[in-house]
Each structure stands twice: as structure tokens, then as C-alpha cells.
Design a binder for this molecule. Structure first.
Ligand code: AMP
Length: 589
């Protein structure tokens, strides 16, 4: 257990379960406030797709989550069982996630834009016993793969029209959540919870292998609470809105947990990305802190300065960004157009909470990532031949000169550090060396101590702040009979930062033309969903490979016009060369 001033302060601010029965995230986020003077204040302000605004006070949220925990208990689901959610942002997501934690079951939020195959792969790896989704998502994404999920005992349908397949009857093999909640007692006692009990599983992607299920424990709430105060200045009087989908870690740590532990009002907006609606919501909800992404800011910037200017954003005191590089020009635009300071925050699924951020006082140089938060120790590690930290006999060493590029590493032991990759001990162990967690991101640290993002050390694609593993995309393309070989890689995209692209070697006899291209794009979209499927397919006669047969995705990226790594000082030229050279080094992430 890490003891540093900011973690200890947060532990003191949190209540712990009554009677010294441990630490439970949902108790800190909901019940603690529902039992005190904040009970009638608005916890959730939900902007529904149809324009309605619904609010839930802390006491109402406590009751709804109690009922959800009771529903799980009634189904025989309890401590340690995994409950997946496939829901966009909305009150249902909050109730299911926090209710799951109250039952001491493990919440596993999935991205609602995933197609059936990514949903199946993740639900299977998580051994989910329950899946909560909507009738529409069930029909499109769960029903087609349900027979391949034998461990999935219950599918609960929330929101939308109850019963989806005509005639008002629930889909076969599903239960209507609203009816279950209504028929269930509202009282629930959160069972004793050890801070080290598993609480959340978030999936993320690496270059190789299956998606990684990062396991987080209840102790993570200490970091959610502390980092939201430090990096975002969050407090009980804030109206906070995080645009991240709850299927990604940001949408849980800061989209659900942190604003509630602070007793703030959390704004939840259903529906697709829409800059005009964002501005209306910022104004009408009186948002004070907006946590969003460079992709969202780029979409907003494209819509023009007049859009934010036409709304009263006087209450907005901070815009925070995460997930992708925030360039200085975009930050300057956002500051001017939204009339609030802009901070950048860096973290990952594995870190569970913000680790590096530009300070609230605006002292960071434009375009930098900022500094590690207090309580977080960071190092920039010298690189080895594989382009990752050079680990020898389990030891690592820092870069030799300030400004030299290296792998960002964090001293292991902060409260929201992931505790495992589900079912993959070796992959987890490979993330650590010499007491450091190796992040897989390349950075520079200048002489003044500011960190600068350089890029990923691996081939993971970051599209709109969402990590996509090339192997998952390639696996689906390979299943098409016209595909002999396929490689997925990221190409620059003016809005999403990177877009997923694919290079395909067709089987002999298949005609590599527009018809096959359209068919492959549709095939990929059907199985992977729009957030993961490639946007373009190029036909090639062979894929670039290393001597040991690994695909050199960097060569494909370069051929597609991806920029070279930014110039750095010290041994940078050599480093860039090393990273670009086809090499047989393994990637553990
Ligand atoms: P995820 O695990 O899906 O949250 O993605 C984490 C990855 O997103 C990091 O390893 C970075 O590559 C990238 N990322 C997150 N925040 C930032 C940021 N502020 N600037 C640049 N890249 C970021």
C-alpha cells in the first residue's frame, strides 16, 4: 500500500465502510453522501437522447444501486462474480456499475461501439456471469455470439423498449431489468470489502495477443479521489462532465467514480458526438469542469468559434484533456473559444487514474504533458534494441541526458495500479522491472523536469483516444475467405488523431478491386463494430516482415504517410532508427 501525503489525505477524506469493514468504491461514491447532508443534492444529471433532462439525488442513487445489488443477489451473483455492462453513458450504467460494486461483484464495462466479436472476446476472457445491456445492443451484438458464451448465465436488458423482439416480449434468454428492480427490496448492506478485493476489469489492447483485462481493486478509489482533486481541482461544488464512454477506463474512474466521491454533480450525456449539443449542455447544465479528449476538441474547433461563442459558458472554469496528444495550437484554441484554462492529463487503463498532468496554475510549457502528480514517481528509461526499456537482469537505467527519449516508467505501488491482466500472469509480470511499471509510452523529460510525449513504443492504434489492437482487427480480416494475409496499423487522421487502416494480401484468384475492398470493410465493420473496424483497405502483394516473421507495421504506417517520430535530443536519432528497423524483439503488452 503506497503511503504518500496525497494518498493518505484522500484516505482520510474517504469514510470506509461503517464498523471498520473495509473500503468499497460504491460506498465512497454514493452511500457516504446519501447518509449525510448531501443526500438531497443532485448526484447525476442525465441528458437523455430525446432531450429530456433527468436528475437523481445521492439518496435516489443509493436506493437504485441498493436495488441493483439485491437483483444480483437474487440471481445468485455475489462477491468475485463478474458483471459486464454494454451500455453507453446514462443513469443505467451508473446504477449497474455501482450496484455491482455494492454486491462486491466485479464490474466490467464494455465499449458500446464494439461489434459482436470484441464483445464476445472480452466477456469470455472476463468469464462474465451477467451482462447488462439494452434491447437494441443485445439484438445486434450479444444475441449473435451468446451461444459462444456458455458461462454467461444472465442477460439483463436495461432502458429502451422493454422486450425487444416484437410483441412486447423480452428477447429469449434475457430478463427485464426495470421489472426486476421494481420487485426487489431497496435495502442493502454492502458486505465487508477488503481494499485489495477485485472491483473493476477494464479491457485495453496491446500489439500482440488477445485484449488485456486490467484488474483494479477497491483501493483504486483513493487515487480516483486524490487525482481528481489534484489534477482537475474537483470539489463538492463542481458540476462535472466527462465525455468518455464508460466502456473505457476514463469513463469509469472520472465518468462515474471521482465526481461522486467528491459529492459533485455528475453530468451524463447520452447520444452521439455532436459539438452543438456539447455547447448547449455545457451552458444549460452549468458545467464547471469538462474532461474531454483532443478528438472532441478538434471536432469542436472544426465547427467554428461561433458555436461556443453563442453559449453562456461563464461557469466553465477548467477544460481537461486525456487520451491522445494535445497539441499546443488546439489547447490555445480551446482556451480562447471556451474561455477556460486547458490542462492535459496522461494516464492509462493500467494506471487506473491520472499520473501526469499540466498543473492547474498554467505554468507548464505549451504542448508538454506536465509533471507526475505528487505521490507518483516517474522515470524516463533508456531504450534497448526492441525500442522498449532496456531491461538487463531485471534492472533498468534512466536515460543518460536530459531531453533524451526513453520509456516512461512509474514507481510501482500507487493505489490504482492494476493488479493483474486476467488470465495472463506472464504478460503482467513483463510490465514490471526493477520496481518500475513500464508504460509502453515514449517520452522526453527536459532539464526543467517537464515531460513531453513522443509516441507509443508499440503498434497499438490510438483512434479518438481509444486503443485498438492490430491483432484483433487482423483476426477478423483473416476470417474472410478472400484474405490470405492482413495487417492493421494506424494512419494519421485530422479528427481522430489516428484511423485504423489495413493492408491485405488477397488469396490467389481473388480480384483485388473496389468490390472486394467494400466487402472487406463491411465484413470488418459487422464483426468489429465502427469504433474498431478499418476505415481503409489497401491491397498488397506481400507484407513487410522481420526475419523472424513479425509484421513491420511501422513500415506500413510510413508508406501511408505517417510522420516520422519528432526530433529529440541526445541519442534520439539513433533511437528512432532502432525503432524503425525491423527487429525481432517481443512486445509483452
Ligand atoms: P488507455 O489505456 O486506453 O487509456 O490508453 C492509454 C494510452 O493513451 C497511453 O498509453 C498513451 O499512449 C495515450 N495517452 C493517454 N493520455 C495521453 C496524453 N495526455 N497525451 C498523449 N497520449 C496519451
Amino acid at each position: 500500500m503506497a503511503h504518500d501525503r496525497i494518498w493518505d489525505e484522500a484516505r482520510r477524506e474517504l469514510a470506509g465502510l461503517p464498523g471498520g469493514r473495509g473500503l468499497n468504491i460504491a460506498h465512497e461514491a454514493v452511500d457516504r453522501h446519501a447518509a449525510g447532508p448531501r443526500r438531497d443534492l443532485v448526484a447525476l444529471r442525465c441528458h437523455r437522447r430525446d432531450g429530456r433532462v433527468e436528475t437523481l439525488t445521492y439518496s435516489e442513487l443509493a436506493e437504485a444501486t441498493d436495488r441493483f445489488a439485491n437483483v444480483l443477489a437474487g440471481l445468485g451473483v455475489g462477491p468475485g462474480d463478474r458483471v459486464a455492462t454494454l451500455l453507453g453513458p446514462g443513469a443505467e450504467q451508473h446504477v449497474a456499475l455501482l450496484g455491482t460494486l455494492k454486491a462486491r461483484a466485479v464490474a466490467c464495462p464494455l465499449f458500446a461501439s464494439f461489434g459482436p466479436e470484441p464483445v464476445r472476446a472480452r466477456a469470455a476472457r472476463a468469464a462474465a456471469r451477467v451482462l447488462v445491456t439494452t434491447p437494441a445492443l443485445h439484438r445486434r451484438k450479444v444475441a449473435p455470439v451468446r451461444h459462444r458464451l456458455p458461462g454467461l448465465a444472465h442477460v439483463l436488458l436495461a432502458g429502451g423498449e422493454p422486450g425487444a423482439t416484437g410483441a412486447g416480449r423480452p428477447d429469449a434468454g434475457t430478463l427485464d431489468l426495470a421489472s426486476l428492480l421494481a420487485a426487489t427490496p431497496a435495502a442493502w448492506t454492502v458486505p465487508a470489502t477488503d481494499p485489495d478485493d477485485e472491483a473493476l476489469v477494464h479491457f485495453t489492447s496491446g500489439t500482440t495477443g488477445t485484449p488485456k483485462g486490467a484488474v483494479h481493486v477497491h483501493e483504486a478509489v483513493v487515487a480516483h479521489h486524490a487525482t481528481a482533486a489534484r489534477a482537475l481541482g474537483l470539489g463538492p461544488d463542481d458540476v462535472f462532465w466527462c465525455t468518455a464512454d464508460p466502456g473505457w477506463v476514463t469513463g469509469t474512474s472520472y465518468g462515474v467514480v471521482a465526481p461522486l466521491t467528491h459529492g459533485a454533480t455528475n453530468v451524463v450525456v447520452e447520444g452521439p458526438a455532436d459539438p452543438a449539443r456539447w455547447c448547449r449542455t455545457l451552458a444549460s447544465a452549468g458545467v464547471t469542469v469538462w474532461y474531454t479528449s483532443p478528438t472532441a476538441l478538434r471536432l469542436l474547433a472544426r465547427a467554428g468559434d461561433d458555436l461556443p461563442r453563442g453559449h453562456d459558458l461563464a461557469r466553465l472554469r477548467l477544460v481537461a484533456s486525456v487520451g491522445e496528444p494535445l497539441d499546443a495550437d488546439l489547447a490555445a484554441w480551446a482556451r480562447r473559444a471556451l474561455g477556460a484554462p486547458v490542462v492535459d492529463t496522461w494516464w492509462q487503463t493500467e494506471t487506473g487514474g491520472i499520473m501526469v498532468a499540466t498543473p492547474l496554475d498554467g505554468t507548464a510549457p505549451a504542448g508538454s504533458l506536465g509533471r507526475p502528480l505528487p505521490g507518483v514517481e516517474a522515470a524516463v528509461l533508456a531504450l534497448g534494441d526492441g525500442g522498449r526499456a532496456d531491461v538487463r537482469d531485471g534492472r533498468v537505467r534512466p536515460v543518460e541526458s536530459p531531453g533524451a527519449e526513453g520509456e516512461l516508467a512509474l514507481r510501482a505501488g500507487w493505489p490504482s495500479m492494476f493488479r493483474a491482466y486476467l488470465g495472463d500472469e506472464a504478460r503482467y509480470a513483463a510490465c514490471f522491472a526493477g520496481g518500475w511499471y513500464l508504460t509502453g509510452d515514449l517520452v522526453r523529460r527536459d532539464a526543467a523536469g517537464w515531460l513531453w510525449f513522443v509516441g507509443r513504443a508499440d503498434d497499438v492504434i490510438n483512434t479518438a483516444g481509444h486503443l485498438v489492437g492490430p491483432v484483433e482487427v487482423e483476426g477478423v480480416l483473416h476470417r474472410h475467405p478472400a484474405v490470405a494475409e492482413a495487417a492493421a496499423f494506424g494512419v494519421p487522421d485530422p479528427v481522430a488523431g489516428e484511423a485504423v487502416a489495413a493492408a491485405v494480401v488477397p488469396v490467389p484468384g481473388a480480384e483485388p478491386g473496389d468490390a472486394l475492398r467494400a466487402e472487406l470493410l463491411a465484413h470488418a465493420r459487422r464483426h468489429l463494430g465502427p469504433g474498431v473496424a478499418p476505415r481503409s483497405v489497401d491491397f498488397v502483394t506481400e507484407l513487410p516482415r522481420t526475419e523472424s516473421g513479425k509484421i513491420v507495421r511501422r513500415a506500413l504506417r510510413r508508406a501511408a504517410g505517417a510522420p516520422s517520430p519528432p526530433p529529440t535530443t541526445g541519442g534520439a536519432a539513433m533511437t528512432a532508427d532502432r525503432r524503425d528497423r525491423p527487429a525481432a524483439g517481443g512486445d509483452a503488452r
